[in-house]
Write a protein of this length. Structure first.
Length: 298
């Protein structure tokens, strides 16, 4: 005996939440966290929201814009440092400051009483390094709060901008290390959401606090963000491609380099030293020093 299905009246169905850009982005972000960015398509998102793809295109014009919106939502989780009140309103410097070596405290990430755990730059690639005490955790996330606390309790105003800037860039890179597929997408995007604009504005404010001329700061922001994004994208690509064997061969070749490669032989003991976060911190420090001291073409 067959049972006849009784159709449910539309009036008896639970009301759908109103469709909006914010709701669509929130659902897309959850999809990425649950299943990966590759599964975040307009058609899939429409199905999750119980609507048609055409309704999604009212709020985002394509998948790239959807990815940019997801990034902007994630950036809302970053804590932005506040420029020093005595320097925030200062006019930008007219010329580049003289070259100066970074202070020892800024040359390496502060330990804040903790020790590095399983973190190292192994044979030229990033391993799943973590720092304890909240400095680098959850697969690469670094919030920079410990660095800010240490800097404000010691050191002087002239150095805080640099440490705040590096901590912010480490946090941005760590966020993308948690989502390397998004990092690869961001490499070809030009995000323009409010949180991304706040990130850029904060970086420019910190560079201005350090006396970096506007032109150098403007060009420098692009280079700094590109380094963090590319590092996260490369890390994810290596994980997916299983490139560990290739890197082992590369490392072996470097270590066994003969007399025809005198400078490799001279520096090979240092080629693979340092943890991933330490190298990332140093890279940002080196770039910031160059941005502050090398004028743009006139």
């Amino acid at each position: 005996m067959s049972t006849r299905r009784v159709p449910v009246s539309r009036r008896e169905r639970p009301a759908k939440p109103p469709l909006s850009r914010e709701n669509a982005v929130a659902v897309a972000l959850q999809l990425m966290r649950d299943e990966g960015l590759e599964r975040v398509t307009v058609r899939r998102l429409a199905a999750e929201l119980d609507t048609g793809p055409a309704s999604i295109y009212v709020y985002v014009k394509n998948v790239a814009e959807l990815h940019a919106a997801i990034l902007d939502e994630l950036l809302g989780e970053l804590e932005m440092p506040v420029p020093h009140p005595l320097l925030a309103a200062a006019p930008p410097a007219a010329a580049a400051p003289p070259a100066a070596a970074a202070s020892p405290a800024a040359a390496a990430p502060p330990a804040a009483g903790g020790q590095r755990l399983d973190g190292h730059w192994s044979d030229g690639q990033w391993s799943d390094g973590q720092w304890s005490d909240g400095q680098w955790s959850d697969g690469g996330r670094r919030d920079g709060e410990a660095a800010g606390q240490q800097r404000r309790s010691g050191g002087h105003v002239g150095e805080r901008w640099r440490e705040d800037l590096v901590a912010l860039l480490m946090a941005y890179t760590g966020l993308l290390l948690d989502h390397p597929s998004l990092a690869r997408s961001v490499l070809t995007l030009r995000p323009s959401g409010p949180h991304y604009l706040r990130l850029i504005d904060t970086m420019l404010s910190l560079l201005r606090e350090g006396g970096v001329p506007p032109g150098q700061a403007a060009w420098g922001v692009n280079v700094l963000l590109q380094l963090g994004t590319a590092t996260a994208a490369e890390h994810g690509t290596r994980d997916q491609s299983g490139a560990g064997e290739d890197h082992e061969q590369f490392a072996a070749a470097m270590r066994e380099a003969g007399p025809n490669y005198p400078d490799i032989r001279r520096t090979r003991d240092s080629l693979f030293t340092g943890s991933g976060p330490e190298r990332m911190w140093w890279s940002f420090e080196a770039l910031i020093t160059g941005i502050a001291t090398v004028p743009t073409p006139t």
